[in-house]
Design a protein around this ligand. Structure first.
Ligand code: GLA
Length: 761
C-alpha cells in the first residue's frame, strides 16, 4: 500500500492509497516506528453498505478517509460538496498524483502559517465532472502540529457551485471521546462545555460573520480520563476569522468522524472554469500527556509559525488604555494627566481608545469619519503623540475601520458601501452598519484612509476593533468574500506598518482566532476585566492560545462589567498571565494604590518574558474547586512563577498545598512569595481586637489608621530541589482560622499570591 507518513517529534499521521484510489486514514496519534501500514488497513469495509462496484467491493460508509464526499455511499458529513451544471451534487475524487513541495506553500489571499518542516500535496480528480481537488498537508515538526487544507480547481468546462469546502477531516476508530467547546457571549467568552461525541451529530459553529464569542473555532477531543497532566487528547483549530464549523459524529460502526472548516451553512460559491477556491488551513495536534501538553503545542505553533515574524519573541509593552478611564469624555489635558501618571508608575505605552474623531461623543455616530476632533485634541494626533512621547511613552490608537455609522459623512456619501440588501431595512448593531469589505472600492478606501492615519503621527500600536456581527448578507459567498477582502486590507496595512504592534479586538473576544493572529500578534481577550471572571476566561483561552496573545488589563473597582470588588493585587496577578495593561483612571487612585501599581509594573517588566513566552501549565482543573493555580516556567527551567488564586474563602479551611509542575527535577530552587501590602480596612470591625482605642468602621479615624498602618503579606520561603517540590508540594501558611498573627496568610474571597521558584547556582 502506498502510504504517506507525516511525523512530528512525538506524533505520526498516516494515510494510504486504497486499490480503488481513495485515501484511507490509518493513524493519528503517538509516533510510530517501523510499522507495516497494512496492519492498520480497514479489513472489512462495510460489506452491507452501498458498493462502488461489484468487483472491488469498496464501500465508503465505514472506511476511515482523508476526505468524504456525497453521493457514492459515504453517508457521513462530507468535507466537499459541489453542484455541477446539471444540478447534481455527487462527486468521487480519486488519487492522481502527489508531490513533496520544495518551496513552502501559502495561499495568497488567506492567513497562513509559515516555517513548516515538510509540505505535501495530493491531487485527486472526479472523472465524471472533470474537477480537481488538491489536498495540502504541512508539518510543524517541533511543535507537534499539522495543518491541512484543500483547494478545488474547476478543471471542467462548466461553472460549478461549491456548497462546502471544509479544510480537514479526522476519522478515528473509536467512540469514547469527549467533545470540548469554548462558547459564550460578550463579556463571558470561552466558557468550557463538554459533551459525549456519540451517535448523532454535534456542531460547533459560527454564523455571525466572525469566528465569534458564541463558539470559538477551537475544539478539543479527549478521552474521559485525560486531564491536564495525563491522557490522550486531540486539538483542532482553523486559521480563519469568519463563519466556521466543526461537525462531529459517530457512525453505525462506532467510528468517530470530524470535519472542520468554513461553515457550510448558507455557503455557495460559484466557480467558473479555470477558477480555484481554497480552504483556510486547519490545524491539528495530538497529545498523550494531557491537556497542558496539547496547549503548549498550540502555543509553540502560534508563537513560532503564525504570528507575524517581526513580533516573534518580542516582549510586549505594558499599556494604559483610556477607554474605562475616560470613555468618550476627554480632552488633551485630561489624557496628558493620565499619561503623566502612567509614565510615573512605569507604564510604557499610552493607548487612546474610542472617541477621538469627528463628533464621536457617544456610540451613536461618526464611525467612518476618521478626522480628528479638534475640540478634544486641538493639536491633532501628532501633537498628542509628540507630547506622549515627551513623557517617554509610546503612543497607540484605537480604530474600528470595518464599520460605518448611519450618522456619518461617509455613509451619506457612500450608502452603497454598507452591507445592506435593496428593499430590506438593514439590521443595526451598536447603532452601526458594516462596511462591505468584499467590495474592492471599500478595501482601497480602508487601505488609503488608514495608511494616512497611521502615518499622521508617531504611532507604535493600533487596537483594531470590530463591534458588531454581520447581517443582511447578499448571497452564499458574501461572508467569505468579506473575510478575503478584510484579509487583503490587513495584509496591506500590516506590511506597510511592520513596526506597529496591532492588537485585534471585537467587542473583546468576538474574533479570538488564528486568522487574526496571523496579522496581529495579540488580541483583547474580553471586555470583562473582573479578575474572578478573567480566571475562567484566561484559563479557557489558554487551552488553545498562548499568554503572549492575551491582552489582560487591571481595571477599576467596582468592576464596570460585574460591579464586583476584587483586590488590586489579584487584578494584577491574574493580568500578569497575559500581556499586561491598565485601563482605569489612575488619577483617581490613592497614593497607596499608585505605589502598589508602580511595584506591579516593575515586577511584571522584570518577569515579562516568562509571563508572555514561558511554558504555561494549568495545575488545578478549573471549576472543580474554589482554587485555581497556574504556572509559567522559562525555557531552561531556572525560573518559574506560580499563581495561587481563591475564588471563595472557606472558614476553617483545610491546609492549602501548592503542586508545582514543569520544574527541573535536578535543579535546586529558592522558593518565595511576592510580597505586597494588605489594606487593614479589610478587617473592618475586627481591627478593634488589637486596637487600644475603639475604631468605628468607615469613620475618619478608621481612614487615618488605614493610611498609617499597613499589613504585609506573610513570608513563605524555602529551598528544595525540583524533584522534591514536584513530588511533595508545599504546604502554605494557614488562613482564615479565626486569629491573626504574622504567620497568618490573609486570604479572603478573590485573594491570590504569586510564588517564585529561582534556580540556585
Ligand atoms: C469595544 C471594545 C472596547 C472599547 C470599545 C470602544 O467594546 O471591546 O475595549 O474599545 O469598543 O467603543
Amino acid at each position: 500500500m502506498k502510504t504517506w507518513h507525516l511525523s512530528t517529534k512525538n506524533t505520526s499521521y498516516l494515510f494510504g492509497l486504497t486499490d480503488s484510489g481513495h485515501l484511507e486514514h490509518l493513524h493519528y496519534g503517538a509516533r510510530l516506528g517501523v510499522f507495516d501500514p497494512l496492519l492498520l488497513h480497514e479489513k472489512m469495509p462495510d460489506p452491507t453498505g452501498l458498493l462502488l462496484d461489484e468487483e472491488t467491493k469498496v464501500s465508503l460508509e465505514d472506511l476511515p478517509l482523508e476526505f468524504s464526499t456525497y453521493g457514492k455511499g459515504d453517508i457521513r458529513e462530507a468535507m466537499v460538496e459541489i453542484e455541477t451544471a446539471d444540478k447534481n451534487r455527487v462527486s468521487d475524487f480519486r488519487y492522481v498524483d502527489d508531490k513533496v513541495l520544495d518551496q513552502p506553500y501559502a495561499a495568497s489571499d488567506l492567513p497562513w502559517a509559515y516555517g513548516e518542516s515538510k509540505s505535501i500535496e495530493i491531487t485527486t480528480r472526479d472523472e465524471t465532472s472533470g474537477l480537481t481537488l488538491i489536498l495540502s498537508y504541512q508539518v510543524y515538526e517541533r511543535c507537534d502540529v499539522l495543518a491541512r487544507s484543500c483547494r478545488l480547481v474547476n478543471t471542467s468546462d462548466q461553472p460549478v457551485v461549491v456548497h462546502r469546502l471544509l479544510s480537514a477531516q479526522l476519522d478515528l476508530d473509536r467512540n469514547d471521546l469527549l467533545w470540548r467547546t469554548f462558547d459564550g457571549h460578550w463579556a463571558r467568552e470561552r466558557e468550557v462545555h463538554e459533551k459525549e461525541l456519540n451517535s448523532g451529530i454535534l456542531i460547533n459553529d459560527s454564523k455571525t460573520g466572525t469566528s465569534s464569542n458564541r463558539h470559538n473555532p477551537l475544539v478539543i477531543l479527549r478521552e474521559k480520563d485525560c486531564d491536564e497532566h495525563r491522557g490522550v487528547c486531540f486539538g483542532l483549530n482553523l486559521v480563519y476569522s469568519g463563519n466556521h464549523a466543526t461537525i462531529g459524529e459517530v457512525n453505525a460502526y462506532g467510528k468517530s468522524h470530524v470535519v472542520w472548516g468554513i461553515n457550510p451553512h448558507s455557503f455557495a460559491v460559484t466557480l467558473l472554469p479555470g477558477e480555484t477556491l481554497e480552504s483556510p488551513q486547519a490545524v491539528l495536534t495530538f497529545s498523550d500527556q494531557g491537556l497542558n501538553r496539547l496547549s503548549s503545542q498550540f502555543h509553540a505553533f502560534i508563537n513560532t509559525h503564525l504570528i507575524p515574524r517581526r513580533w516573534r519573541s518580542v516582549p510586549r509593552p505594558v499599556l494604559i488604555n483610556s477607554w474605562e478611564a475616560t470613555y468618550f469624555n476627554f480632552n488633551e489635558s485630561k489624557l496628558m494627566k493620565l499619561a503623566k501618571t502612567a509614565a510615573d508608575v512605569g507604564i510604557e505605552l499610552f493607548v487612546l481608545d474610542d472617541g477621538w474623531f469627528s463628533k464621536r461623543n457617544n456610540d451613536l455616530s461618526s464611525l467612518g469619519d476618521w478626522n480628528v476632533n479638534l475640540k478634544k485634541l486641538p493639536g491633532g494626533l501628532k501633537r498628542l503623540s509628540q507630547k506622549i512621547h515627551g513623557l517617554g511613552l509610546q503612543f497607540g490608537l484605537w480604530v474600528e475601520p470595518e464599520m460605518v455609522s448611519p450618522d456619518s459623512d461617509l455613509y451619506r456619501a457612500h450608502p452603497d458601501w454598507a452591507i445592506t440588501i435593496e428593499g430590506r431595512k438593514p439590521t443595526i448593531g451598536r447603532h452601526q452598519l458594516v462596511l462591505d469589505c468584499a467590495n474592492p472600492d471599500v478595501q482601497d478606501y480602508l487601505i488609503h484612509t488608514f495608511t494616512d492615519i497611521f502615518s499622521s503621527a508617531p504611532i507604535e500600536y493600533v487596537k483594531w476593533d470590530m463591534n458588531r456581527n454581520l447581517s443582511d448578507l447578499r448571497d452564499g459567498s458574501h461572508a467569505h468574500r468579506y473575510m478575503l477582502g478584510l484579509y487583503r486590507v490587513l495584509r496591506d496595512l500590516t506590511r506597510s506598518f511592520p513596526d506597529i504592534l496591532f492588537e485585534s479586538c471585537a467587542s473583546g473576544g468576538n474574533r479570538f482566532d488564528l486568522g487574526m493572529l496571523a496579522y496581529m500578534p495579540q488580541i483583547w481577550t474580553s471586555d470583562n476585566t473582573d479578575a474572578l471572571c478573567r480566571i475562567d476566561i484566561q484559563d479557557a483561552t489558554s487551552q488553545g492560545y498562548p499568554l503572549s496573545t492575551m491582552g489582560a488589563h487591571v481595571s477599576a473597582v467596582p468592576n464596570h462589567q460585574t460591579q464586583r470588588v476584587s483586590p488590586l493585587e489579584t487584578r494584577f496577578q491574574v493580568a500578569c498571565f497575559g500581556v499586561l495593561g491598565y485601563e482605569l483612571n489612575l488619577n483617581e487612585l490613592s497614593a497607596e494604590s499608585l505605589k502598589a501599581i508602580q511595584a506591579q509594573v516593575s515586577f511584571y517588566k522584570e518577569y515579562r518574558e516568562l509571563f508572555q513566552f514561558g511554558t504555561f501549565h494549568r495545575i488545578s482543573p478549573n471549576n472543580q474547586t474554589n482554587l485555581t493555580d497556574w504556572m509559567v516556567v522559562d525555557d531552561d527551567r531556572s525560573l518559574a512563577i506560580l499563581l495561587h488564586f481563591q475564588d471563595r474563602a472557606i472558614a476553617n479551611p483545610t491546609t492549602q498545598r501548592l503542586h508545582p509542575i514543569g520544574l527541573d527535577p535536578e535543579t535546586l530552587y529558592d522558593f518565595s512569595n511576592r510580597p505586597f501590602d494588605i489594606d487593614i480596612g479589610l478587617f473592618g470591625d475586627l481591627i478593634n481586637m488589637v486596637s487600644p482605642v475603639r475604631i468605628k468602621p468607615d469613620s475618619l479615624l478608621h481612614t487615618v489608621v488605614r493610611k498609617m498602618k499597613v499589613l504585609h503579606t506573610e513570608v513563605e520561603h524555602g529551598i528544595a530541589d525540583g524533584k522534591s517540590l514536584m513530588a511533595a508540594g508545599i504546604k502554605l501558611k494557614q488562613s482564615n482560622v479565626g486569629g491573626f498573627s504574622d504567620e497568618t496568610r490573609i486570604f479572603p474571597d478573590g485573594a491570590s499570591r504569586l510564588y517564585l521558584f529561582r534556580k540556585i547556582d
